[in-house]
Design a protein around this ligand. Sequence first.
Ligand code: SF4
Length: 897
Amino acid sequence: MIDRRGFLKAVGATAALGAVSGATCLHGASSAFAENDEGAAASRQEIKGYCRMCMRDGCNYIATMENGVVTSIEGNPDAEGNRGTMCGRGKGAIMHYYNPYRIKTPMKRTNPEKGFDVDPGWVEITWDEALSTAAEKFKEIHDKDPRELVFIRGFAIYDTINADNIGGRFSKVFGTPNEIESNGSLCAVHYATCMVTSDMPVTISDQKYAKYVVSIGRSAGANLGSANGSCRNIADAVEQNAFRHIVVDPRCSMEASQGEWVPILPGQDLPFLFGLINVMLFENGGYDVAFLKQQTNAPYLLMEDGFYLRNGEGKPMIWDVSDNTAKTFDDAGLIDPAIEGEFTVEGKTVRPSFEWVRDSMKEYTPEWAEELCSIPADKIREIANDLISYASIGSTISIDGHEFAYRPAALIPNRGVLNHENGSQIDLAVKIVNELLGNMDVPGGSVGASRGKRSITVSADGVVEPFFEAALGKPFVYPPDHFDMKEFYPHRHSTATTAFKVISEGTDKYGMEITPKAFFCCGGNPINDVSMPDTVAAAFKAVPFVFSFAYHMDEVAMFSDIIIPEDCMLEMESMHAYKGNIENIGFDNMIVNMHQYRNPMPRLYNTRNANDVFLELFDRMGMTSKINDDLNKKAPITGQPLADEYALDRNTLYTIGDIYDRTMKTAHGQSMGLDYFKEHGFIDLSENTPECEAYADYFWHGKVRYQFYFHTQKESGASLLPKIKAVPHDFMNISMEDLERYYQGTLFWCETNVFKSNDEYDLFAFNYKIPQGILRIGFLDQNPWVGDWNERFNPFYNSITMHTSAAEKRGLKEGDIVVVESAYGETKGKLHVTELLHPQAIGIPGATGRKVKTLGAHLAERVHWNCLTEGLPGSMSPVTGAVENTVRVKVYKAEER
Ligand code: SF4
């Protein structure tokens, strides 16, 4: 075992080898350890915390520090989520802490020229200089026009941004509408769930009661949050529940290996879903009629223009078959709502919404779908029929004495299929399938990731009021206020590439009256993590001042004017409200509800907690009263007001630890401040909660209806489209007629740009997650443990994956270095040949490539998915802004170019 002295020597030696532009000097390392010497003399200490090496957060840990060195990190066995386990990423947090290439002190550039390979000429500065420079510039912008500060954020320091912590409130308190989520372009997954069930972030499966789940474009557990219950839930279900898992995906994933893999052509998910709906409606017919009548808007009568028929008070009407009259949806005398038929009400010909949805699906037979998605029509029929059969429509189950509808079958989508040009339609089609099964929010079905009594507002029309990304009534202003053109995409998750294109080309070209005067980057790396890296880099060059948190010398750091080093995960004092695994719910974690705390490790370098930096910046800008007022009204973690005795003084600068302490004392009492959490790590709030409360249906049954016909989407379009038509909108790259189709109450098929004839690019590339290599959260690039594991044991890591037959046809073999070229860019890498892939697909896992060499030249050589995508209007979803996750490509040997 290495001792502390030896360890420091090793770290110092590695750092010296890797020094680049002064960025990796081991500034402060030995002095930081010296400061810790006194405490470390005790030799052994256990420190409790929760992991944030992936974007999930449920894994409570106990780390051991011996002689001042962290020697182990183990799952906390007392925590419901991970139950003593940690995944490799979480264990790798030790190397994340000791990474010798971290940014160790604030720095400013001395070379004004910016570029991927241009030495910024960094010089070290004090925190005081860094923060006073930024505060002065930001205050000047604030006083002139706060819209001209762009706050760019991502998941990398999710603890700062999430749970309404200080970073998460920066834009609102500062007053800029320009916040760009660089993590969001390939993660547009919320819209339909926000619209139909008022939930976040997605709908998930119930592994305890489900017998049959069809996963589409989804990692159901192995790749994300794997230690906090999702993998265990699937394994338990397979072992104990005779669970059948059908995985529809271009590749055979780990989840598929525990069930059945149904290969699909990348990007053709919508035809498959339409085929399923067609079978359920026109061939099988065994769908849940009672659910549709009583719990959806399927019986709401529609006029010829597709809007609800309303009475004089504006209430939607339903035809009651029991006495052949039209009644309001909330009429106490309504007995038997019609979902079929044509009626005349006050001289108007009307039909129930159900008929509109059914008719819209008539032509999409399984044979039609097979032509497009390559899944045989009979397989589509089999899956549709199995879904209905396993759903055991009409059956009930009693849990804790409460009787639920029991629907042990569900169709669950995620990122892989929702990030398409037609991604909004895909998720809405999934909602239709699940509503036909009557499985919404009941045991075995399509359930809420947030568990329990989620916050639903019942609209005046009696349906779930869409919230967050699907909310109605977002303001439209012209000239636009938003560099990402949010006015034109009110339901977008992120249109990051659009924002940087607008900025790099000049905002006046887009009719704007403002230009960005500064970027403030927190935990996001849009240069590398959204499409078109060169365009994003050009925007960074065009902006006069870039101020960034930095962990290592990545692309954003290289284009910054000042970088400030953030604490790494283990050093960062933080709290979080954890409400359960968001991939599925299972046998032993139906309800998990914790307030988690991370007791920070001693700092190694001259870094700071990002939340404290935000608080100090507000203070230096004279805005302490504004942030404190906001925190008093809505504390972090709980979202509740601080009690009077713990309220923040309006003009005092607090630390984040002090704010957490007051929040916990407000929530749980005087004795439950941070001292309690330092000792225990978390507080379990779910003890004694009955299992029935895991299901929203327990709380909302009979009180609200789901949208089966997407009337609010139509309303949104009716409000938005005339405003768009009245102003220049050519940049949207879509005809108004086509845009209008996306804003209807029913779904439609039209060929997406990927599938319009393009013979030059004969393969369909797609991106997917892999364990220990998902996306960029956790800064894994330089983590030797994670890197070594991947290099040795994961043939998909940093690979370009091709089916055996496609490789043979091109004379390619395992290990060849190949180029993948799309219309937008190219990348190069090692070929992995496998049978576990659709023959027309090219799989590129994770996010491994880099545009800079400052993290190691070998990383710049890795496969770079985002170089292949475009992510701009015309190819992205016109509703959610999702980047199209299928790209037409050609592949050839590197030396043949
Ligand atoms: S699943 Fe995520 S939170 Fe849990 S140990 Fe792994 S990286 Fe950490």
